[in-house]
Structures are given as C-alpha cells and as structure tokens.
Write a protein that binds this ligand. Structure first.
Ligand SMILES: Cc1cc2nc3c(=O)[nH]c(=O)nc-3n(C[C@H](O)[C@H](O)[C@H](O)COP(=O)(O)O)c2cc1C
Length: 345
C-alpha cells in the first residue's frame, strides 16, 4: 500500500504510532517500525541525556525509520529537540509551539518534519514554516484533540494547506484507514490502538479497563491537565474534571517529582512554563503528568489518569503491533475493493 506518507517517510504502510508520554518507549517504537509502520518515541519523560540513550536504544532495536515527538509547550522539550536533531532522527513531530528552527535543522540532514495541529491558524503556520506533513487530530482523540471531529476536520484541513496530511483521532482499524484516505489523508496515526497492544508498557489493569470501556466512557475536559483533552472515565479523572481549584500541595509535590525526573530546577520549570500557561494551568499540568505515570507504570486504577480515545469502545483485544498493522492494511484493502464493487453492482 503506497501513499505520499509511505513514499516521503520511507515506510511500508501508511500507519504511525502516536507520541504518547510514558507509553511510546523504545520497545513499542521499534515494534511499530519493524512491522512496516512509523514508530514514534516520546522523550518527554527523559532528561536530554536520557532522550539520547532512548534514541540510540530504538536504533539498536530497528534499522527502519522512526520519529521523535516534541511537545514544545512542555519543560525540557527544546533541549530534547536539540538532541533529536544532533542524532539526525529521520522524522521529527512537533506540536504546541513555533518550530521553524527544528524544520530548518532537520531539512539540512534530510530529515522530515510533521506538525500536529487541531486548528486552521496552526495548520497555516506549520505550512509557512516549512513542515513536510501535518498530523490533523480530531475531537475523538485521546489527550489533546481539538473541537472538531475527524469526519469534518480532515476535509477542512485539506482546504487550509497544500502539504499532505495524516489523520489522527478515532482510527483503530482498516475501515478507519480507508475512511481517512477517502477524506483526503495520506495515512493514519494511532494512539489508543497501539497503547492497547502486547508491546505497550501500559499496566495490564489499565489495559483491561480500556478493553471493557464503551465509547462513552471517556471524559473531555480542560481541568485534568490544563488543556482540553480526553481521558478514560476513572474515578480520579471524574474528580479532576469537576474541580475548579487544584490542591496547591498536590501540584507542588507532583511538580517536585517532574523537576527531579527531568533534572530541571523547580524555578526554571515554573518560569519557563509561565511563558505559555497560567499558574492554574501549570498546576493542572503537574498533577495530570503525575497521574499519567501512576496509571501507566503503577496501574493504580483509583488514582491514575490515562488519555484514551473514543475508539476504546471498539477495541476488544490486545494484539501485537505487527498484527495491528497487518490486519489494518488487509482490512482497508478489502473495504476499498468492496466499495468499488458495491458502486458497480
Ligand atoms: C496513553 C496516551 C498518552 C498520550 N500522551 C500524549 C502526549 O504526551 N503528547 C501528545 O501530544 N499526545 C499524547 N497522546 C495523544 C496521541 O498523540 C494521539 O493524538 C491520539 O492518541 C490519537 O487519537 P486515538 O487515541 O484515537 O488514536 C496520548 C495518547 C494516549 C492514548
């Protein structure tokens, strides 16, 4: 199956792993790349040296192309982007910030850059800055999808820019891939689907919760980590989505933990974050990040919070990444053939 996505990124199938904090770690990244898709590392939990080690670990597990995800709004992101550029990572995906300097530096060594967007202003900015592709994230998505659902957002995005687009938010199988191609995308990015795979490091208790969840069992709120986002409807996510204030003690203790993990002093974390966020937004971000670690690594169902997309309602099993990709491609080809036959009959 060939599209502009496979041609430009040098991969076999037009399917990529979304950049998920705590989840998109070297083992999962390599599993997706080795299966013919594009694996993507999320280095947000690492110091710059940790990010370099993780990139090298991916390279020790696969010789196929892979990407690194950079959420520019978050502490340590710029430093990790510099490491990814120094390591000449084949594909860099950025979001929530100005990335002309990343795009220029990646293009110098032949790297490709994908900008993640949910709205017209950011799409135009990314195209003007020279991004090669856009990842267009619909409302159905886990974490920070925008206000518009994929069915409407994808054709709209095609009118906003001339660069190719990759669909994200609500895709988990071949029917979704066929639909994304029909809506003008060159392929799909999947988060929830790969988070629910054998190679995903997500704690099994949370995987089982997601398998049992219905499409309605997610919450979309800006009170969980300070940005509008979608999360599995756990007890903690429900409490946080209702609370107007964040406990300063909890925020401080989570921020201290992030500061320790990223080896970024507290004052720097606070002042760099304040450039783009309010104090409450920063406090929510600290609590949200801590709760994500609690979910993925410790499987604490009472206290953890996990970004999950509405597709959780149609995912019922835990295949390997290779099975996900092979089944998605085979089903998309079958569906597309059946559509043609249906129109001719
Ligand atoms: C467990 C999990 C963690 C995520 N963490 C991040 C993150 O740290 N940064 C980010 O930009 N997106 C994050 N996302 C969102 C994905 O990048 C992607 O946009 C989303 O999963 C696409 O929707 P889907 O889940 O319907 O495939 C996360 C998603 C999941 C499921």
């Amino acid at each position: 199956m060939q599209t502009k996505m496979t041609e430009l990124l040098g991969i076999e199938y037009p399917i990529m792993l979304a950049g998920m904090a705590y989840v998109a770690v070297p083992k999962l990244v390599a599993a997706v790349s080795n299966a013919g898709g594009l694996g993507m590392l999320n280095p947000v939990i690492y110091t710059p040296e940790g990010a370099r080690e993780a990139i090298r670990e991916v390279r020790s597990l696969t010789d196929k192309p892979f990407a690194v995800n950079i959420t520019l709004l978050l502490p340590g992101a710029r430093e990790n982007a510099v490491v990814a550029l120094e390591e000449k990572v084949p594909v860099i995906n950025y979001s929530l910030g100005r990335a002309d300097w990343i795009i220029n530096a990646a293009h110098e060594y032949g790297g490709k850059v994908l900008g993640t967007i949910v709205m017209q202003r950011h799409a135009r900015r990314s195209e003007l800055d020279g991004a090669d592709f856009l990842i267009v994230t619909g409302h159905e998505a886990a974490a920070h999808g925008g206000d518009i659902s994929s069915l409407v957002l994808l054709p709209l995005a095609r009118t906003w820019v001339n660069i190719p687009i990759i669909a994200a938010g609500g895709f988990s199988d071949g029917k979704g891939l066929a639909a994304a191609l029909a809506l003008g995308a060159e392929g799909i990015s999947m988060g929830t689907r790969f988070m629910l795979s054998q190679e995903s490091p997500t704690h099994d208790d949370f995987k089982q919760l997601c398998l049992q969840a219905a499409a309605e069992d997610t919450i979309y709120s800006d009170r969980v980590d300070g940005l509008p986002g979608r999360f599995l409807k756990t007890k903690m996510a429900e409490i946080m989505s209702r609370q107007t204030m964040v406990s300063p003690i909890k925020a401080l203790s989570e921020a201290r933990e992030i500061s320790r993990m990223l080896k970024v002093p507290m004052w720097k974390l606070f002042f760099s974050g304040l450039k783009t966020r309010s104090v409450t937004g920063l406090a929510r971000q600290a609590v949200g990040t801590g709760s994500l670690e609690t979910a993925v690594e410790h499987g604490d169902v009472a206290r953890g919070i996990l970004p999950v997309g509405q597709v959780t309602g149609i995912i019922n099993e835990l295949p390997t990444c290779k099975e996900v990709i092979d089944l998605t491609v085979a089903e998309a080809e079958k569906v597309l053939e059946e559509m043609v036959a249906k129109l001719r009959s």
